[in-house]
Write a protein that binds this ligand. Structure first.
Ligand SMILES: [Mg+2]
Length: 246
């Protein structure tokens, strides 16, 4: 272990999730999903609909590409929708329509409330880069560039694999490891020499199945046990716990 960064000595690159690791936006995503799904279910089942829960968010939606989140949550309730197309309007009863509705709500919330970074993460990334390690941002979000721009953090990452790049390259999203593997490849680092930093259970699964050198679970909501169960080597509440202090 390097005492400096809290990572195994042979780690050469750090791959960071965005929402919930770099920025305080995981809760904003959760709120936008809840509003979207509850409206959908209420419309379908009437007043006695069964609401979307925190556990639904953790199990079926968090960390996954938008359309995968829609499909997997609705499947858990025995509901199947036609796929539609990416430019479906937000009121279309299709997988893409529901996803677009969530995105409209998300962007409105972000516009109103702004985006806040986790200072502990920003300091840790500075320390990582100062130690000569490469960095990548790996997010399912198609809004990654805008979010990074809004906190002036685009320059902190050597490589960006986000929802837009994944679509261009046809990479399956988390829990599949492909987006993390693409980031390691773009950085020229073997997965066994790369560390993954994630707050979602789907991200832990990706870290494990991609055989990455180290997987750090970031627990912002009290799911430490679940993060370990899904493959974390270490769970912290904030990256400051790992070190990187000047
Ligand atoms: Mg996340």
């Amino acid at each position: 272990m390097t005492t400096q960064l809290g990572l195994p000595d042979d780690i050469q690159a750090c791959l960071f999730d965005l929402d919930g690791v770099v920025t305080r936006t995981a809760v904003v995503h959760a709120a936008a999903w809840k509003e979207t799904f509850d409206a959908f279910l209420r419309e379908r089942d009437g007043a006695d609909f069964r609401p979307f829960t925190d556990s639904d968010y953790d199990r079926y939606v968090d960390g996954r590409p938008r359309a995968d989140g829609v499909r997997s949550f609705l499947a858990s309730r025995g509901i199947e929708l036609p796929e539609g197309t990416p430019d479906d309007p937000p009121d279309a009863r299709t997988v893409n329509g529901v996803g677009n509705r969530k995105n409209v709500l998300l962007l409105a919330k972000i516009r109103t409330d702004g985006v806040e970074p986790y200072e502990g993460t920003l300091r840790y990334i500075d320390a990582v880069r100062g130690a000569g390690l490469a960095t990548a941002i790996v997010s399912s979000s198609a809004n990654t560039r805008d979010v990074l721009h809004s906190i002036d953090a685009e320059g902190l990452f050597d490589v960006r694999i986000d929802g837009v790049v994944a679509r261009e390259r046809n990479l399956p999203g988390k829990p599949h490891p492909d987006t993390f593997l693409a980031a390691a490849r773009d950085l020229g680092v073997e997965p066994s020499r790369a560390a993954v930093f994630e707050d979602a259970l789907a991200g832990m699964d990706a870290g494990r199945s991609g055989h990455f050198g180290y997987v750090v679970g970031v627990d912002r909501v009290g799911q430490t046990d679940a993060l370990y169960a899904h493959g974390a080597d270490r769970v912290v509440k904030d990256l400051a716990e790992l070190g990187g202090h000047a």
